[in-house]
Design a protein around this ligand. Structure first.
Ligand code: M6R
Length: 609
């Protein structure tokens, strides 16, 4: 996730770009840059570091010009560095491109471009666009961009300019957000409304596969074939603070709603074109390593630990490699039994959690190979692990982790499939079916998020209680743990998760008339047993909300409320099931009047022991 901004009009472009980027830093902040059309040249200023570093580099100087684009980066392809910072120019620096997203086929395109004599200055996927613009130049920016779009695959929001056709800015949206701001004799584009709110409240919200041709006096919109389209002007009425949260009341709610995009991005570029193989080129494992691994230790904290529990179930079932999942603050002080071929997988959204980092360091000292799953490219965990799978959730601001969890699950599914296929345990047909189901998850998540009003009402009803119980069996239990953590973390209501079959060994004593019980019922092989456990709590007066598969009419007979989620295979159910649990926690917290994004006593990144 990165932030892009563009401007054309009478103002000094540099000022507009820098103020816009300041509002987009929440989308990424490992490097920043601008390109401005200045006296017949495209001039670039860019640097690793936050926007403040770019301002320091400019040192009060102004690149004067009235057309420009800017970028604040959250590294995906290529480390944070001056070279990898956007904007990117081609060989002759005639063009400038900023990009938010991932170009999936960039390696194949890069090889072709190298073969035809192009020189690359960065490791990014984005730079190929600047070279393609040079290669396919028609004499007109808009028609050249259309030709470039025919070549690239993936997710992108782009802003593009050139000195060869000045007075124009082209902006494109496919799977990454983009808005166009309409001014009086000036126009803007940006990843998000706050970047331009200082200048205009009239915006066009770009939809999938739409392109805008922007001059200072006009904005025309087209589809990817170049057919003109009409768009409605949206009047922004939010105040600037609400606008930074995309119109949502809290970052947590915004981040919950970002999950379909985050899940899609984390899969992007990691599936073969025919959808039959998982590709993880970021794993620099020695020849034969995948086959030799005989044990996996997953180590993490909090929500990341809960993702690891789902990972265990899936990795064991797809590869038959034994997996232990451990809490980092325990593992770091243990003397774990490891073999020469134990793989350690650390999971950390921030990549800075002190216990997780310490566990990683201990393992490396023991000679264990460490793979990190993290959301922050330049984090300590990412730098110190042998291999890294980055979850492309984008910056997570709310203390309560949401989109990081779902993308960690995606990374673990990909790892399980990769190990399974490399070890000859899974055939193409199985992998193809699994990946097909994974690709449907974003749309299914969108469907679930539409149930928000129903969940809000349920949360209000439950929030009057000082306890809540989350039940599940098998993989449902792993998700129940995450549901309970989310609930207690932000609503401050006592919440416990139990394996449903364990209730009668003590916890059943806590069930009283009316107490909310949230029962997760997607583990098909244990369905009847789960229903029996639900009956046990119902018989003691609990008020049961079941989260079950769409079409499961039976469950309605045993519970008080049901939330149905679209069917997928059981292994993938956690991605879908967690969304209503996040919303339940969110609305319970709102109902109690809590500070949702900054719950008491907690910090986003726990860098102390
Ligand atoms: O950054 P990490 O994933 O290492 O953080 C681990 C936990 O501190 C974190 O998941 C915490 O449990 C969340 N705030 C829960 O929502």
């Amino acid at each position: 996730m990165c932030g892009i901004v563009g401007y054309i009009g009478p103002r000094n472009a540099q000022d507009v770009l820098l103020s816009g980027l300041a509002k987009l830093e929440y989308r990424g902040y490992d490097s920043a840059g601008i390109a401005i059309y200045d006296h017949g040249e495209v001039k670039l200023a860019k640097t690793v570091g936050r926007l403040a570093a770019l301002e320091a580099k400019l040192n009060g100087a102004t690149i004067s010009g009235n057309l420009g684009i800017g970028h604040t980066r959250w590294a995906t392809h290529g480390k944070p560095s001056d070279e990898n910072a956007h904007p990117h120019a081609g060989c002759a620096s005639d063009f400038a491109v900023v990009h938010n997203g991932i170009i999936e086929n960039y390696l194949a395109l890069k090889e072709k471009l190298l073969a035809s004599g192009h020189h690359f200055a960065s490791e990014t996927d984005t730079e190929i666009i600047a070279h393609l613009l040079e290669e396919l130049w028609t004499g007109d920016l808009f028609s050249t961009v259309l030709k470039v779009l025919e070549e690239i695959r993936g997710a992108y929001a782009l802003a593009i300019m050139t000195k060869n056709d000045p007075g124009k800015l082209v902006a494109v949206r496919k799977h990454s957000p983009l808005v166009i701001g309409l001014g009086d004799g000036e126009n803007f584009c940006a990843s998000d409304i706050p970047a331009i709110l200082e200048y205009t409240r009239d915006v066009l919200i770009m939809e999938e596969g739409e392109i805008a041709l922007i001059t200072e006096s006009s904005v025309e919109c087209f589809d990817l074939k170049g057919n003109s389209i009409e768009k409605k002007v949206f009047q922004v009425t939010w105040d600037p603070v609400a606008a930074e949260k995309g119109g949502y009341d809290h970052y947590m709610l915004k981040e919950i709603h970002e999950q379909p995009r985050a899940v899609r991005d984390t899969m992007s570029g990691r599936l073969s074109d025919d959808g039959r193989k998982v590709m993880l080129p970021e794993l620099k494992w020695p020849e034969g390593y995948a086959q030799a691994v005989d044990r996996i230790h997953i180590v993490a904290a909090g929500t990341s630990y809960h993702a690891g529990l789902v990972g265990k179930t899936v990795i064991e079932s797809l590869t038959r490699i034994p997996v232990d999942v451990e809490i980092a603050s325990e593992y770091r002080y243990r003397d774990p039994i490891v073999t020469d071929h134990t793989l350690m997988v650390v999971i950390s959204q921030s990549g800075e959690t002190a216990d997780t980092l310490a566990a990683l360091r201990n393992s490396k000292e023991r000679g264990i190979r460490v793979l990190a799953i993290t959301n922050v490219v330049g984090s300590s965990v990412a730098r110190e692990a042998n291999d890294v799978i980055v979850t492309w959730a984008g910056p997570e601001i709310s203390v309560a982790s949401t989109k990081a969890y779902t993308t960690q699950l995606i990374a673990l599914y990909l790892l399980a499939l990769y190990l399974g296929q490399e070890r000859g345990k899974l055939d193409d047909v199985f992998v193809n079916g699994f990946l097909k189901d994974m690709k449907e998850l974003p749309d299914k998540l969108d469907e679930i998020l539409e149930s928000s009003p129903w969940i809000e009402q349920t949360a209000k009803d439950f929030a009057v209680w000082d306890d809540a119980f989350f039940l599940g069996r098998g993989i449902d239990y792993a998700v129940a743990l995450e549901g309970a953590l989310k609930y207690k973390e932000i609503s401050y209501i006592h919440a416990e998760a139990y394996p449903a079959g364990e209730l009668k060994h003590g916890t059943l004593a806590l069930i009283v008339e009316g107490v909310p019980v949230i029962a997760l019922v997607t583990e098909d092989s244990l369905y009847e047993k789960s229903v029996s456990n639900i009956k046990e709590v119902k018989a003691r007066g609990a008020h049961v909300l079941a989260i079950a598969w769409a079409g499961d009419e039976e469950i309605g007979k045993s519970v008080d409320r049901v939330l149905y989620i679209p069917r997928t295979r059981t292994a993938l159910a956690p991605v879908l099931m967690v969304a209503p649990l996040q919303l339940l926690a969110y609305y319970a917290s709102v109902a109690r009047g809590n500070d949702v994004d900054k719950p008491r006593n907690l910090a986003k990144s726990v860098t102390v022991e």
